[in-house]
Design a protein around this ligand. Structure first.
Ligand code: GDP
Ligand code: GDP
Length: 440
């Protein structure tokens, strides 16, 4: 499970600056969902060593004097703390301690989460002197950084990741069942029908659900067998555990969604066909695609729509979801069960291709054919040479192409090559990554 690091602090202390530095993204997933009025931003951490992925949550600012609706929103911001593994409590080294800092400190002390006190904006100042002011918050050794300059940020995050608490161990039996199965995450906006679909997928006649579900934090892992194949549904909404949770914001969690996607083999992305494809759908979907997971798209609530509405949605889907063209699409009714069983064919196929292995000789022969059909261009009087290809990984498949001057390969040629590989290998359901390596 991806660890979650929450950034907490009053406005203007530099949380967004730190967030952007950690995620290296301009494009955070913003939770503009009903019930989550205050902006919370989610991103995948990219700073620090390559192997350790993590999620960063910017909780939005808390001033401490919120009242009424603002108070509710501040409370929600602080609830993000509950989903985190560790909290970075950011203060402004130039402004000194502020009453809002003390309010947040009190909250964190009660929350029993591991936290670090981070003093930002120490650029141009003596960090030892700046930090001294903040000892009185009673959080031990404060950590000086300058988010806008990057000073201390890598060291901070490496320390935090190193000291992360060990995840809870699941029973070996459950984990074995999960590991030998196809892990499916059903994700999408609130109210699109995820819980209904999860229940429907598990409730089918041909499904035998094991009674031992594993819990990783709040997502429940439900192993089952269908037609002699092993699957595990990662149930982010907790449909099989809790009852009567009607409040969308309560059961929906972007953190859980991101973690489930990351841990899944195949993501079933659910869209409410009656609402069509929304901005938030597109945004979440591009996050899923970035993780490289296999994908099946379900247009849900297809029941009770008339022919004209269906045609309009189909047209819109084709236009807007072109970037997810590799994924099979199913028009389903989770409520009535129509077409739900068919999705398993797509899930199986997507999994198969995500995990497929191709030999170096097969990939190299394919590369030779593709190059013979259409040569790469000349650069500085010499033709770019592509010599051989091998597979560099699975889920998603990575194809590594070796040659000379490959960094001069134009994007159009790369796309030509990629499309040829995808169509000749017949890959469906999974994105595929290409890497080009040059020997000169
Ligand atoms: P947030 O409201 O906590 O998200 O704060 P922002 O990230 O928006 O930063 C508030 C202001 O502080 C902006 O003007 C930033 O440029 C500035 N800032 C952030 N980090 C640093 C830093 O390390 N040093 C200095 N001098 N300014 C910073
Ligand atoms: P979630 O928030 O994504 O888990 O969505 P739910 O499964 O809780 O469903 C939200 C609402 O949509 C509920 O009232 C469901 O009964 C309804 N719903 C779910 N699937 C369908 C469907 O296929 N057709 C129709 N008409 N309603 C559905």
């Amino acid at each position: 499970m991806l660890p979650v690091i929450a950034l907490v602090g009053r406005p203007n202390v530099g949380k967004s600056t730190l967030f952007n530095r950690l995620t290296r993204s301009r494009d955070a997933l913003v939770a503009d969902l009903p019930g989550l009025t205050r902006d919370r931003k989610y991103g995948e951490g990219r700073l620090a060593n390559e192997e350790q992925d993590y999620i960063v949550v910017d909780t939005g600012g808390i001033t401490g004097d919120e009242q009424g609706i603002d108070y509710e929103m501040a409370k929600q911001s602080l609830q993000a703390v509950d989903e985190a593994d560790v909290v970075l409590f950011i203060v402004d080294g130039r402004a000194g301690i502020n009453p809002a800092d003390e309010m947040i400190a009190n909250y964190l002390r009660r929350s029993e989460k591991p936290f670090y006190l981070v003093v930002n904006k120490t650029d141009g100042l003596n960090p030892d002197i700046v930090v001294a002011d903040f000892y009185e918050l009673g959080f031990g050794q404060p950590f000086p950084i300058a988010a806008s300059h990057g000073r201390g940020v890598t060291q901070l995050i490496e320390m935090v990741l190193e000291e992360l608490p060990e995840p809870e161990e699941e029973s070996q039996e459950t984990m074995d069942e999960v590991e030998k199965s196809i892990k499916i995450a059903v994700v999408g906006r609130p109210n699109v029908g995820k819980s209904t679909l999860v229940n429907r997928m598990l409730g089918e006649d041909r499904v035998v659900v094991f009674d031992k579900a594993g819990t990783t934090r709040d997502s429940v892992y439900i192993p089952y067998v269908r037609d002699d194949k092993n699957y595990t549904l990662i149930d982010t909404a907790g449909v099989r555990r809790r009852k009567n949770i009607t409040e969308a914001a309560e059961k929906f969690s972007i953190v859980k969604t991101l973690q489930a996607v990351n841990d899944a083999h195949v993501v079933v992305f659910v869209i409410d066909a009656r609402e069509g494809v929304t901005e938030q759908d597109m945004h979440m979907l591009s996050f899923v695609i970035d993780t490289g997971r296999s994908l099946v798209i379900a247009l849900n609530k297809w029941d009770g729509m008339n022919g004209e509405e269906k045609a309009r949605v189909k047209e819109q889907v084709e236009r807007k979801l072109e970037f997810a063209e590799f994924a099979d699409m199913h028009f389903i009714s989770a409520l009535h069960g129509s077409n739900v069983g068919n999705m398993y064919d797509s899930v199986d196929e997507a999994y198969e291709y995500a995990m497929a292995k191709w030999s170096t000789s097969k990939l190299t022969r394919l590369l030779e054919d593709v190059v013979a059909d259409h040569q790469p261009p000349m650069v500085k009087g010499r033709r770019i040479k592509l010599r051989y290809a091998h597979q560099g990984g699975s889920n998603p498949p990575i194809i590594v192409v070796h040659g000379n001057q490959t960094n001069a390969l134009p994007g159009s040629y790369k796309r030509y090559l990629e499309n040829k590989f995808i169509s000749v290998l017949g890959i469906r359901g999974t994105p595929i990554r290409f890497e080009f390596k040059s020997s000169e």
